[in-house]
Design a protein around this ligand. Structure first.
Ligand code: SF4
Ligand code: SF4
Length: 406
């Protein structure tokens, strides 16, 4: 455990903010139409736009979050810069003293916006997703003519003004051959201090509203062994990070559904529904913050820790599995995949087993729910305190990103 996580876990609960972090999905719409995307609606979807929160509602949510001690807000989408009121929202967050984490494709970064960020910085690097290093590959992913040029211009504006940003990517057939080129470029960016994260084990649509799109996403998922080959290109680093991660988070969790940080923070979707995490849209677990409040939603999420799995397959496998916590199985993924909270996601199970076999933790053909997984680490933390868990997850974000980032 790092010294930082050790210190945070010693802070009394009474001194921790009630809400350490707020996420706001400003819109589900996007100016790209990425082939693998689990969220986007067309930029011109007027019905979606009409349902989105008003500026005043977004500001009010941030005010409430600040009242709960929140010091960081993540503004995401879809593409958050599609909102014409983005500047207002951003400035309000900064006036409240919050750090602002922005996820963007960079296409809509204007001179005016870059100047604003220069003058009033977000205090954490902006995160830009890169879909390819050339027009052909980039636009084969985004399916949006002209998007590559706009992305490049946006990035140049950030570079010109020395606004810190990091990059991440998605691994897809049109851009897989560009990995080395992407990483070489990323190394030249001032705020990038580690190998960028890739999304490749793609999530399905959390709205469960488009089976044709889900079919496409499934077809683009990387084969588990290929994924492991990608993750382990830097062999020593992969082994070290995996061991560290496993020592903190891996091990059977029994029938408890939520052993993660879900519900310790609040993520509000574009229409004002609070979710326990970015990916978990199961209606019965979300709350209307516009009709109640952020505090009420947060309070309600407290009940998640008591929720128990009932799926027989989950109880037979995941509840006793030594890879739990290392694999990406969780209620959000089950929901997107099957519309339940506890059905094991076979693809994620295969990915975790492929990694464990590669790392030498499991024999070939062995199942992690039938046999003990042997890592070299002994220092296991089976249950991080809620707040400490969040910080710990943050501390190991680079490992996590490689597994799941969008
Ligand atoms: S992946 Fe990001 S940029 Fe691409 S369509 Fe989805 S939200 Fe938009
Ligand atoms: S590795 Fe498979 S069995 Fe184990 S927890 Fe994950 S999904 Fe369940």
């Amino acid at each position: 455990m790092s010294e930082y996580v050790r210190r945070v876990s010693r802070i009394p609960d009474s001194l921790l903010p009630r809400l350490p972090h707020l996420g706001i999905e400003l819109t589900e719409r996007c100016d790209n139409d990425c082939i693998h995307c689990c969220i986007n609606l067309p930029a011109g979807d007027l019905a979606a736009r009409a349902r989105e929160m008003t500026t005043q509602q977004v500001l009010e949510i941030m005010d409430q979050a600040a009242g709960l001690g929140c010091l960081e807000v993540r503004l995401t989408g879809g593409e958050p810069l599609l909102r014409p009121d983005f500047e207002n929202i951003y400035l309000h967050a900064r006036r409240l003293g919050m750090k602002v984490l922005i996820y963007t494709n960079a296409r809509r970064i204007t001179i005016r916006l870059a100047d604003l960020w220069k003058r009033i910085p977000p205090l954490v690097p902006i995160e830009v997703t890169v879909y390819g290093m050339r027009r052909e590959s980039y636009e084969a992913v985004t399916r949006s003519p002209g998007s590559y040029g706009q992305f490049r211009r946006g990035v140049d504006l950030l570079l010109d003004r020395q606004i810190p940003f990091v990059v991440k990517s998605v691994l897809l057939p049109p851009n897989r051959h560009e990995v080395e080129e992407f990483e070489e470029w990323a190394r030249t960016l001032p705020a990038v201090d580690s190998i960028p994260g890739y999304s490749m084990f793609f999530e399905l649509r959390g709205r469960r509203d488009d089976e044709a799109k889900n079919e496409l996403i499934r077809s683009l998922r990387i084969a588990p062994e290929e994924g492991v080959a990608m993750l382990s290109r830097n062999e020593a680093r992969y082994r070290k990070e995996s061991e560290e991660f496993a020592s903190r988070f891996m091990g059977p969790h029994g029938d408890r559904l939520f052993a993660c940080g879900a519900g310790c923070s609040v993520c509000v979707d574009a229409y004002g529904r609070a979710q326990p995490c970015l990916g978990l849209r199961a209606p019965e677990l979300t709350a209307d913050v516009l009709a109640s409040s952020v505090a009420v939603a947060l309070e309600g999420f407290g009940g998640l820790k008591e929720m128990r799995a009932t799926d027989p397959d989950y109880l037979r496998r995941c509840a006793v599995c030594s890879l739990k916590g290392f694999c990406e199985q969780c209620p959000a993924k089950s929901w997107a995949e099957y519309g339940t909270l506890d059905t094991p996601v076979e693809y994620l199970c295969e990915v975790a087993h492929a990694q464990a076999r590669y790392l030498g933790w499991l024999g070939s053909g062995a199942k992690a729910w039938e046999t003990e997984v042997l890592t070299r680490s002994a220092d296991k933390v089976s249950e991080a305190r809620c707040s400490a868990g969040l910080y710990a997850l943050e501390a190991t974000r680079s490992v996590r990103r490689r597994h799941t980032s969008r």
